[in-house]
Design a protein around this ligand. Structure first.
Ligand code: GLA
Length: 725
């Protein structure tokens, strides 16, 4: 049993395969006792009753707990806990207190669905046990249900909260976090991420101190800047040892992930919707459910933590036909042609794809409306017959005859002021009537809080897909928010726009998933500007970054791998000099780096010399052969590009029979490079043959001594594929 409630002691124990999460009820408060390596039995002695904490108010009867010091499971604002809360409300009388106490609990098999929101799922009820702790505030008439879903075999606990208004007047929600965890000391490092367009998810590590550490987005998207995950580790933790705690929010809009180091040397992590861009009018008898937070713990360092997230996200968050199959080798037209194409050029590229073994050609931006540059036509989702006479169908029929599938690009949440759609519906974008509308990439954002707008988007995309011939959709989102008001919502609900927008988006995506189960959807937002677990539920792969430079990708892919699986990371070989950085890297290095995700090309195959064409054939075949390993294998970061002038990693198949390992030197070493890379995750007792050299090694040798690095020049790489013999 993974959930145990002891009515004698008031203890709640959640057990996964390798860890325990333990809570205690005291005077109706739900307190946190322990999260770490597995512990069974009565843990009530772990509750520390403080009798005095100067300047921190006592309860009215001077009995404990002292709220400003107690480890609260879902801290609520307004009484005596001064730390970062999870829940804040404004009552109808203007008071800002909410003080719910435990009134009951339910333990149920399986995992409930969260209506309208993406979430981890299970395939049968035996995979998960759910604890719901029921709390109630008699003054506010607010009920709070805390959900803890324990997926024992995955070492995962997911959390979310449901807030229910049982009173007769509307209550205003000011903050409703998904999860909070109190730690009884402050000795942690925080592993966070930062980025910008074309430089996403770089990693930073800092010591937690007595202050508030905040990663967040108010951009109406999870964003390039901070990704909605947070990792805390013990001071000594590295890839293979030490404790690591991870939180990932399954949501694509504005969020916050905070850790507060407190005056009494304790720490509190809170993750959820960003209260700075959130508000919700909760009417009587209505309920509000937060997005889900996925949590895991590892006593064996970051490697294990990452693999726990990889497994749950690729097996029980991603859905649909493509979840379990190697993704097609694709070629995207963006860096090949940008807007400069017509049917003839696309057909030539498609023919080259067929010759080279590429399985899917994607027509990126520029096939619709009058879209010859990025200044117009978003919203006008009809084929530009001038550029593409005979439509998409003509191209897809041509390609199908040669065994190549076709994909197309959409940016459905946007509207160009220079478009037919804007002329017809100038009020359909997010805006405030009395304010100018800022443009981002010459475009505005449609108001997805409106049902008519959602229906238009759905129908525009569905109409094209219904015509047939399209197996893949790249779904883009190329700006962040400004003046995010809705013409349809009343004044007191304008702060609901952020969350309502995503309810709208998720409902469109759900409908499309249902109607087009055979279409592979890839999410994109100027590369990785919405690289989040929310979208992964609807689209099993995401364009990792607009930066296709192999060297720049090292840090981006390293950072992404902390929580996201390779199966969702799209990685393509692009042309040199690289269009973003002007770097020139060898084809081999570009392949080594791109062979860490859903693989493809971002170049014009008709412009390749014979040697390069052969390389495309060879690399496409290698991906076809080993793509399954990337989809399902265990991923190990071997060398950190933030800390060293190199990066190295490997992916090992579940049965340890195949290992793909890569190394890239990022800075010239004038003298011989005496470095070597040790591999992880192999079978120590097996013998492996490296397929390019034909040399054999034992698992022990590879894991303890490793492979010599001979490359000393900048941007040179090694790719090894080991097969058990
Ligand atoms: C974004 C994407 C690119 C490409 C362009 C098209 O920037 O990230 O890959 O699709 O839009 O406009």
């Amino acid at each position: 049993m993974s959930v145990i409630y002891d009515s004698q002691t008031g203890q709640y124990s959640l057990h996964t395969k390798n860890y325990s999460y333990i809570m205690q009820e005291k005077r109706g408060f739900l307190l946190h006792l322990y999260w770490g390596k597995k512990i069974m039995g009565d843990c009530s002695y772990m509750y520390r009753m403080q009798l005095r904490a100067a300047f921190s108010p006592m309860m009215e009867d001077a009995e404990g707990p002292i709220l400003d010091d107690a480890p609260m499971e879902y801290p609520c604002w307004g009484r005596a806990d001064m730390r970062t809360p999870a829940l804040e409300i404004t009552n109808p009388d203007g008071s800002i207190i909410v003080d719910p106490r435990v009134v009951g609990r339910r333990i149920q098999k399986g995992k409930p669905q969260i209506k309208g929101l993406p979430a981890v799922y299970c395939e049968n009820d035996s995979e998960c046990e759910t604890l719901v702790v029921e709390l109630y505030d008699e003054v506010s008439n607010i009920a709070v249900e805390l959900y803890y879903c324990v997926l024992e075999d995955y070492d995962i606990i997911t959390r979310y909260a449901k807030i229910i208004n049982k009173g007769v007047s509307t209550v205003h929600l000011d903050r409703a976090a998904s999860a909070a965890v109190d730690f009884d000391n402050i000795k942690y490092d925080i592993i966070s991420n930062f980025g910008t367009h074309a430089r996403e998810r770089h990693i930073e590590r800092s010591a937690l101190n007595h202050s508030r550490f905040v990663m967040s987005s108010r951009r109406g998207a999870s964003s390039h800047v901070h990704n909605p995950f947070l990792i805390m580790t013990s001071k000594n933790a590295d890839e293979e040892s030490g404790e690591a705690y991870g939180f990932v929010l399954v949501y694509s809009g504005s969020f916050t992930a905070e850790v507060e180091g407190n005056q009494y040397d304790t720490a509190r992590a809170v993750i959820g919707l960003n209260p700075e861009s959130f508000g919700w009018e909760l009417d009587p008898n209505e309920e509000f459910t937060t997005p889900e937070c996925v949590m895991t713990y590892s006593a064996e360092g970051l490697d294990k933590l990452s693999n726990n997230f990889h497994k749950i996200f690729s097996n029980r968050l991603a859905r649909g036909k493509y979840r379990d199959v190697r993704r097609p080798v694709l070629l995207n037209s963006w860096e090949a042609c940008y807007f400069d194409f017509d049917s003839e050029r696309l057909i030539k590229i498609g023919d080259a794809c067929a010759d080279l073994g590429v399985e899917l050609m994607v027509i990126d931006d520029g096939w619709f409306g009058k879209r010859d540059d990025d200044k117009r036509s978003l919203g006008d989702w009809f084929i530009n017959e001038k550029k593409l006479p005979g439509g998409i169908k003509r191209i897809s029929d041509h390609l199908a005859a040669k065994g190549v599938k076709l994909g197309i690009w959409f940016e459905p949440e946007m509207i160009s002021p220079d478009s037919e759609l804007y002329k017809a519906h100038p009020d359909w974008c997010l805006h405030y009537a009395n304010r100018p509308r800022s443009l981002g990439r010459y475009q505005c954002i449609l108001d997805l809080t409106r049902q008519d707008v959602c229906d238009y988007i759905y129908e525009s995309v569905a109409k094209i897909l219904r015509e047939g011939g399209i197996s893949y959709v790249k779904w883009d989102f190329n700006r962040n928010w400004s003046e995010a008001g809705s013409a349809m919502l009343p004044a007191n609900r304008q702060k609901e726009v952020d969350f309502r927008f995503y309810l709208g988006l998720y409902s469109i995506l759900e409908r499309l998933n249902q109607e087009f189960p055979d279409v592979l959807f890839e999410s994109c937002s100027g590369g990785g500007g919405r690289f989040d677990a929310g979208l992964l539920y609807y689209m099993p792969q995401i364009w990792t970054s607009d930066n296709t430079d192999a060297i720049e990708r090292l840090k981006i892919q390293y950072g992404s791998s902390l929580v996201y699986p390779l199966s969702c990371m799209s990685a393509h070989i692009s042309a040199v000099p690289n269009h973003q950085t002007d770097h020139v890297t060898s084809f081999d290095t570009r392949f080594t780096v791109a062979l860490t995700g859903s693989f493809g090309y971002e170049l014009d195959p008709t412009k390749l010399c014979e040697e390069e064409q052969n390389k495309v054939k060879e690399t496409a075949n290698l991906y076809k052969k080993y793509g399954e390993v990337l989809l399902k294998g265990d991923y190990h970061r071997l060398r950190d590009p933030h800390a060293e002038d190199c990066s190295a990693w490997c992916t090992v198949s579940a049965d340890k029979s195949v290992c793909i390992a890569g190394y890239v030197n990022t800075h010239v070493k004038l003298y011989p490079n005496n470095d070597r890379v040790t591999i992880r995750g192999l079978d120590e007792n097996a013998t492996y043959k490296e397929i390019f050299s034909g040399n054999t090694y034992t698992g022990q040798q590879l894991m303890n001594f490793g492979m010599h690095i001979y490359e000393n020049l900048e941007y040179r790489s090694h790719l090894w594929i080991f097969e058990r013999v």
